[in-house]
Design a protein. Structure first.
Ligand code: ADP
Length: 438
């Protein structure tokens, strides 16, 4: 059962402080009136006494009120509350304004999303339980100097955050300024990822170069030592050394092409090129490899021109990689189909699925690729079977290069495969917009 704690006197609706003062004044007034009526106290003395009692009852009330407002300011309502709130809310990164004790005054939506435990008027130390943050907060409060802390947030995914705590004077309602702490969070995850990728890339490239280099130096030792006077062994070893040297050259070539394309990734090619002769040139160049692998190349191209804004050399490289892969990895199918189609969506929109495209399909009928590998094929040095790729003279960089070239052309790569039935790699290019007639 609910208990009604409301006092039932005539003062009930009055605030506590006012109620107490009113009772004191009423009692004093009654006592003085009785004394004056009995002739025990002159009226003037009674009036003076009453004035003193009124002052005594009201002054502490005023003091209490002032202290309470200062407390309000510190905990939740700094003077320029609306302005401060708007600034914190408008910050693009997660931001929290704290008072001197570390209590949250304001926080923006990004901060609540990042740390849902952070709540207004509650201590940030309780919400952010990282010892590093607590130390930084304590130091910033003690020294009034900015402090930084980095920490790893692992739920729901790994995120590296940097937190900066900056002491800021916030103007108060009574003039002057209250020392507050502005805590901002910066997501370092993308930078860390790039750093990890760079380190992985250097490790992979060094490893790929070291393997043929070790083979070369081993054969040089053998030729200088045990095989010095063995012309047959010399011939064989020189052949292997030549293949290894070519492999290194190919790797360096691919690495340089990749870095060139990456450097110019933001500059879209502006030369008009016809896709049809470029594809034909690549197919002609790979006829020797096709007959060596006993694969027939079927070409199904429309009448030229099929014009896009493109870089001829890069496009040659792109089709060479796709068709060579089909000949190398899909040779067992005995057939490779290279075709060019026009893709016109029902509703033409911006880039991607909804925009008109030219699509160059390279289809083979080999073993295909298991679905778990598909999303990773365009990563640098990713290979389904490293041994197979090396045996085919692969570097693991071909599809990565293809992806970057397509990105520069504002296109995209689609990969489909049914294991045991082959694979289809589709290079999609946005069609040129027809000139607008005015
Ligand atoms: P690589 O130099 O090894 O050929 P790529 O980046 O061109 O490097 O290809 C990455 C991997 O993708 C290859 O090692 C191979 O395992 C797989 N792959 C590429 N094309 C095909 C294909 N047509 N059929 C089956 N697997 C393929």
């Amino acid at each position: 059962m609910a208990i009604d704690e409301t006092p039932s006197s005539i003062f009930a609706p009055w605030p506590d402080r006012l109620r107490h003062s009113a009772i004191i004044l009423l009692a004093a007034g009654l006592a003085l009136t009785v004394l004056v009526a009995l002739g025990e106290l002159p009226l003037v003395a009674a009036a003076a006494a009453f004035a003193l009692i009124v002052a005594a009852a009201l002054v502490p009330w005023r003091l209490h009120d002032a202290a309470a407002s200062r407390d309000d300011v510190r905990t939740e309502d700094p003077v320029e509350a609306a302005a401060v709130n708007a600034i914190v809310a408008g910050m693009p990164d997660p931001a929290v304004l704290l008072d001197r004790a570390g209590r949250v005054i304001h926080l923006n939506a990004a901060a609540s999303q990042l740390a849902p435990a952070l709540r207004k008027n509650e201590l940030a130390q309780f919400a952010l339980r990282s010892p590093e943050i607590i130390t930084a907060l304590r130091e910033a409060i003690a020294t009034t100097q900015p402090r930084r802390a980095t920490y790893l947030d692992q739920v729901p995914i790994d995120r590296w955050m940097e937190l900066v705590i900056t002491p800021v004077p916030v103007p108060t309602r009574f003039g002057g300024a209250d020392k507050c702490m502005l805590m901002t969070f910066h997501d370092l995850t993308p930078l860390r990822r790039v750093e990890e990728m760079r380190a992985d890339f250097v490790a992979n490239a060094s490893h790929e170069l070291r393997t043929p280099l070790a083979a070369l130096s081993g054969f040089i030792d053998t030729l200088q030592g045990p095989a010095r006077d063995d012309p047959k062994a010399r011939e064989r070893f020189l052949g292997i050394m030549q293949a290894q040297a070519r492999r290194m050259a190919r790797l360096i070539d691919d690495l340089l092409s990749l870095s060139r394309v990456e450097l110019s990734a933001h500059v879209r090619p502006d030369t008009l090129v016809d896709l049809v002769p470029i594809i034909r040139q690549v197919v002609d160049g790979l006829e020797a490899l096709a007959s060596e692998r006993q694969v027939e190349i079927d070409v199904d191209l429309p009448e030229p021109p099929v014009t896009i804004a493109g870089d001829r050399e890069e496009l040659l490289r792109l089709f060479e990689n796709l068709i060579e892969n089909a000949l190398k990895y899909g040779a067992s199918g005995g057939r490779v189909v290279v075709s060019l189609t026009t893709f016109a969506p029902a509703k033409a929109g911006g880039a991607g699925e909804g925009a008109p495209e030219y699509r160059v399909l390279v289809r083979d009928f080999g073993p295909g690729i298991a679905p778990e590998h598909l999303p990773r094929l365009t990563e640098r040095f990713y290979r389904v079977d490293v041994g197979d790729s090396r045996a085919q003279g692969g570097t693991g960089l071909g599809l990565s290069l293809v992806k970057h070239i397509l990105a520069r052309h504002r296109g995209r790569l689609l990969i489909e495969s049914v294991p045991k039935s082959g694979a289809t790699f589709t290079a999609c290019f946005p069609q040129l917009r027809p000139p607008t007639t005015t």
